[in-house]
Design a protein around this ligand. Sequence first.
Ligand SMILES: *[C@@H]1O[C@H](CO)[C@@H](O)[C@H](O)[C@H]1NC(C)=O
Ligand SMILES: *[C@@H]1O[C@H](CO)[C@@H](O)[C@H](O)[C@H]1NC(C)=O
Ligand SMILES: *[C@@H]1O[C@H](CO)[C@@H](O)[C@H](O)[C@H]1NC(C)=O
Ligand SMILES: *[C@@H]1O[C@H](CO)[C@@H](O)[C@H](O)[C@H]1NC(C)=O
Ligand SMILES: CC(=O)N[C@H]1CO[C@H](CO)[C@@H](O)[C@@H]1O
Length: 371
Amino acid sequence: MASGVKVWFAIATLLLMFLSLKPLVAEPQVPCYFIFGDSLVDNGNNNNLSTEAKANYLPYGIDFPDGPTGRFSNGKNLADYLAEFLGFNSSIPPYSAVTTTEGLLKGVNYASGAGGILDESGTHMGEVISMDQQLVNHGLTLARIALYMKGYRAARYYLNKCFYSVGMGNNDYINNYLMPQKYPSSRLYTPDQFAELLAKKHYVQLKKLHALGARKVAVFGPGVLGCIPEEMETHGNGSLSCVDSINSAVQMFNDRMKPIIDDLNGSLKGAKFILINMTSLALGDPSIIGINNVNKACCQVSKTKAKGQCEEGQVPCSNRNEYMFWDNFHLTEIGNLGTATRSYTATLPTDAYPMDISSLLQLNLQAKSDI
Ligand SMILES: *[C@@H]1O[C@H](CO)[C@@H](O)[C@H](O)[C@H]1NC(C)=O
Ligand SMILES: *[C@@H]1O[C@H](CO)[C@@H](O)[C@H](O)[C@H]1NC(C)=O
Ligand SMILES: *[C@@H]1O[C@H](CO)[C@@H](O)[C@H](O)[C@H]1NC(C)=O
Ligand SMILES: *[C@@H]1O[C@H](CO)[C@@H](O)[C@H](O)[C@H]1NC(C)=O
Ligand SMILES: CC(=O)N[C@H]1CO[C@H](CO)[C@@H](O)[C@@H]1O
């Protein structure tokens, strides 16, 4: 692991100081933020779904002001931190909990635990809101805003001004390709073919998002899945070290996303897509900031139902800021702060392509609806 990232915690600290100095009444940098993704950013959409992929029970949320909300961490998730960095004075609400059109205007969070690029990913756990379905929901949001603003043109013009984040692909591996007993994909496709299938479908999805009005979009690639505790335990050799074959399979998808970002950036007028490189974000020695446990979950995880998630009611580790992983899949709050900080202000040049979120926000794109 490279040692060039000593500064990431320093940056996080500075950023938080800066944020806490800003007056609370300041306007956010964008009027709205829409979130598409999986359990890394889900903040309650799965609560009322019939699925095992839920986190609305303790010890989830043990460090969150509202307690267990459906966030898959001990505290804030990536989207909570990004909303803070954007200048919002509260988190973006889950789509399932927003009832009024006014409530949609500052953005909503469509993310769903276990959701993927492919509709079938994660379905062995129950209901799931896939990327396609999240886009359908966003289409309904556009329609509702159009009614409210008396026209699609005005609604798209409004949506042009928002910031969007999309984080998909994790479950197409964890809860699909890497589960041969539940899904046939690893028998039907080589890792390269599967990466191609995912990338092609994701490309169409991102173009659809643009057609619904998105102009500034940060696309998060999947994480370093061979290094998450669940995969090290189930696919490793017993030494709790990263599973290289998984990392190289996921890398095939990540490598395909870069030309897709170039294509979108070149072909879609007035739009800018950026790619957050989770592989790069994982570089560096986190023990510098006190995270000295990177291969085991902080909470006691289930071995049967909802395997790898925290067991309900069990007492988690008390030194949560020393753990990278909260359960067998998800980062602790401190881990999420690191990811959010480096995607917002890149520490290494490879963290974000071709620029980080803070630079994307400053671009002056032609904010006119050209559809
Ligand atoms: C949050 O900011 C909005 C304006 O952007 C304001 O109307 C609202 O009162 C603020 N809420 C709090 C709790 O400060
Ligand atoms: C779940 O359902 C309950 C009762 O039907 C409702 O009060 C709550 O707002 C719903 N929550 C979410 C996140 O959908
Ligand atoms: C397990 O795999 C890791 C990484 O590939 C390797 O470094 C380690 O020596 C292996 N351990 C055993 C016990 O085979
Ligand atoms: C992501 O970062 C890794 C590690 O620095 C690098 O090997 C890879 O090429 C990067 N991928 C993209 C798409 O930039
Ligand atoms: C920063 C960046 O990538 N800009 C490119 C976006 O796409 C257009 C069209 O291909 C290029 O001209 C920009 O350089």
